[in-house]
Design a protein around this ligand. Structure first.
Ligand SMILES: *Cc1c(COP(=O)(O)O)cnc(C)c1O
Ligand SMILES: [Zn+2]
Length: 464
């Protein structure tokens, strides 16, 4: 194809390409996933990463203010006038010594990338601005997604803030945290709750968007992953363009790890970094497909031809045993990750590991993240619990420089947090008992006192 920007099948033995305007998001030849691909010789990539520091002086321009689009030379698929930004990506990399100690790391060696600061409260906005930009390029008027809550919240925010499109949101029944549901309702999205779980909703939205010609913003959409690459650019920037040793990220649909891998593969192709960090993907033990396939069954990228028998066999065994994804970390409660192949490629190129952590480990890690100053939702804390596990195994060294991605804000799912800290065993058991969570190791309980001045004073003196 003669274009400088196009979409290309990720499987090298297929390599089919389609135009940048195409919206079916599947390879026409083999049905595989697509990448947004660039002929860098015909574009103007920067000669060094430090080039991006010049964008800080241009912050009055919306495209340079955006934490996504100030790196636009590394995702140059859209003409600037088509870019839809709402100021996403103003996020921080914070040194977290309380969490480092908890994970068994040296002080100064563990950082948290806090993506909860995005307009809709999760990292999804990084990808949504890019998908929205593509949608505006192709003139879409409706956009849909299936979601465990954050993609839909992000879509709802982008639709209401830009007025460009109508949002159609598919959620599973009873599987959405209230903070997230509140967002899609408050921002005016058409919210369709189907009887089924996330994997069911995902299948339906793909059928329906095809049938009705609605623009699909799920993470099979390769343009979303272009936006998510910038999380890595911001981390590099905050580390003064030094590459950390590890990036640790929770794994759900595996869009994030796939986009991180693509970011580093491209930075190496462009000669902008010498080596990539290793990538650690952390599953919840109750939805651990990637862990099982990668670590137990040895599934690998294998030059774009992962062993389909391993994958099919695994899914058949899930079906046969009627196993459904089940974890308190609802954002990663996914057993059929759509970006599986891209994630395998990311680990192949960058190196890394996949681990699973229990809901107990997730909530304990979450409490430590909170005690250290940042608030995250349960799924996000899987990254910290996973880093602790890899440190304990000796895979991560205490002096490695590790960045854990905090994918979503604490207030997305207050139910889990309040139950964990609750002094009332019934509240605790109701929310967490069936999750196999037995103790609130780091609970900060509310103190019950009579409405009496002396008693209140006594309590404060005892507890402070
Ligand atoms: C979507 C989401 C994830 C999972 O990310 P994937 O890219 O699907 O692997 C993790 N945490 C939070 C808070 C999310 O919203
Ligand atoms: Zn193909």
């Amino acid at each position: 194809m003669a274009e400088a920007v196009f979409q290309r099948c990720i499987h090298p033995h297929c390599g089919a390409s389609v135009a940048v305007e195409e919206t079916s998001f599947a390879c026409p030849k083999c049905g595989g996933l697509l990448d947004v691909a660039y002929d860098w010789n015909r574009l103007q990539p920067p000669k060094s990463l430090a080039y991006f520091e010049s964008k800080w002086a241009e912050r009055l321009q919306p495209l340079s203010f955006s934490g996504v689009w100030r790196f636009r030379e590394l995702l140059p698929f859209a003409p600037p006038e088509k870019i839809m930004t709402i100021g996403e990506g103003q996020t921080i990399l914070q040194r977290a010594d309380v969490v480092a100690k908890f994970a068994g790391m040296n002080a100064g060696c563990l950082h948290l990338q806090y993506e909860g600061m995005n307009p809709s409260g999760s990292f999804k906005d990084n990808g949504m601005t890019a998908a929205f930009t593509h949608a505006s390029m192709v003139g879409a008027t409706r956009a849909a997604c299936a979601s465990t809550g954050n993609t839909s919240a992000s879509l709802a925010v982008f639709c209401s803030a830009t007025g460009l499109m109508r949002a159609v949101i598919f959620i599973g029944s009873g599987k959405i945290a209230y903070g997230k549901l509140a967002q899609s309702l408050d921002h005016g999205a058409l919210t369709v709750q189907i009887a089924g779980d996330f994997d069911d909703a995902m299948l339906r939205v793909q059928q329906i968007s095809k049938k009705l010609g609605i623009y699909l913003v799920n993470s099979v959409n390769p343009f979303r992953l272009e936006g998510q690459k910038t999380i890595m650019y911001r981390i590099l920037e905050a580390m003064r363009w030094e590459v950390p040793d590890w990036i640790v990220v929770p794994g759900g649909n595996l869009g994030n790890v796939s986009s991180f891998g693509k970011a580093f593969i491209e930075l190496m192709e462009l000669g902008l970094i010498k080596r990539p960090p290793r990538l650690a993907v952390i599953n919840a033990a109750g939805s651990n497909t990637f862990y099982q396939l990668y670590e137990r069954f040895g599934l690998r990228w294998n030059n774009g031809q992962p062993d389909a028998r391993i994958i099919d066999g695994y899914y058949q065994s899930l079906d046969a045993e009627k196993i459904r994804a089940a974890t308190i970390a609802s954002a990663i409660e996914i057993n059929h990750p759509v970006n599986l192949h891209k994630a395998l490629r990311a680990l192949d190129r960058c190196g890394g590991a996949v681990r699973e952590v229990t809901d107990q480990e997730i909530l304990d890690a979450k409490a430590k993240v909170g005690a250290g100053g940042l608030g995250c939702e349960p799924a996000s804390a899987a990254s910290v619990a996973g880093a602790k596990k890899l440190r304990k195994e000796g895979v991560i060294a205490p002096s490695d420089r590790v960045v854990c991605i905090l994918t979503g804000h604490q207030l997305k799912d207050p139910t889990a947090t309040v139950a964990y800290h609750s002094a009332d065993r019934k509240t605790f058991d109701e929310v967490l008992g069936h999750r196999g969570v037995r103790r609130a190791t780091y609970a900060n309980r509310a103190v019950q006192v009579p409405n009496d001045l002396d008693e209140i004073i006594k309590a404060i003196e005892v507890y402070t």
